[in-house]
Design a protein around this ligand. Structure first.
Ligand SMILES: Cc1cc2nc3c(=O)[nH]c(=O)nc-3n(C[C@H](O)[C@H](O)[C@H](O)COP(=O)(O)O)c2cc1C
Length: 195
């Protein structure tokens, strides 16, 4: 759980607002964005408990106050077992290879698609979604599918699905994207507060 104790949706300290950023990541880019978004949430909600959690570790029945879900775009959508299995073994840069090796790997289990599909109750009253993708116009994006699923699970989406850009197929993130992610986290927090 990214250095934080597992919470699995338990109440926050002293009834504090809880926010969770649930992410999937194959090469580490979405993970970095998730942490940057959490930074923005913490800045805007200083009394909140903000937890960043890999989708491989998140409770099936997570209950929280503010939920952000994010992950990579694979084949114009959220990853699937087939796309996760296609993880390249010959990465072109040491950095990308190290990032891949340091992650449990989305192909080791479920991705956000599978987690969202198994939800049986409203995980949070308010939510927002992001994806990472290459910087070119794409007809569909993973974050839109995540948003649709969360809406049908009963969440109110407080911001349009957001995309963050990577260079090439496996990153790194384009310049300025982490700052943009932190700013977006702040925007999500403020929109959640406005109710
Ligand atoms: C199998 C596969 C399919 C991909 N398909 C797309 C795509 O359709 N559109 C896109 O913009 N990027 C695509 N990408 C690039 C990913 O979006 C990129 O690897 C991801 O943003 C990196 O995030 P991560 O490090 O969190 O996995 C694909 C990558 C892989 C491995």
């Amino acid at each position: 759980m990214d250095g934080q104790r597992p919470e699995g949706g338990r109440p926050g300290r002293g009834g504090a607002v809880r926010a969770h950023v649930v992410y999937e990541s194959m090469f580490g880019n979405s993970r970095a964005v998730a942490h940057a978004v959490a930074e923005g949430l913490r800045a805007a909600l200083p009394d909140a408990d903000v937890t960043v959690v890999n989708v491989l570790e998140v409770a099936d029945d997570l209950r929280t106050d503010v939920l952000v879900v994010g992950g990579p775009t694979h084949a114009f959508s959220m990853s699937r077992p087939e796309t996760r299995a296609s993880r390249p073994t010959h990465l072109t840069t040491d950095e990308a290879r190290r990032a891949a090796e340091s992650q449990p790997g989305a192909d080791a289990g479920r991705g956000v698609r599978e987690w969202l599909e198994q939800l049986t109750a409203v995980p949070a009253p308010v939510a927002a979604t992001f994806d990472t993708r290459v910087n070119r116009p794409v007809p569909k994006r993973a974050a839109s599918g995540m948003a649709r699923r969360l809406r049908s699970a009963g969440c109110r989406l407080v911001a349009p699905p957001q995309g963050f850009f990577v260079h090439g197929m496996h990153g790194p993130l384009a310049d300025g994207e982490l700052d943009r992610a932190t700013a977006w986290g702040g925007l999500v927090a403020r929109a959640a507060l406005e109710g």
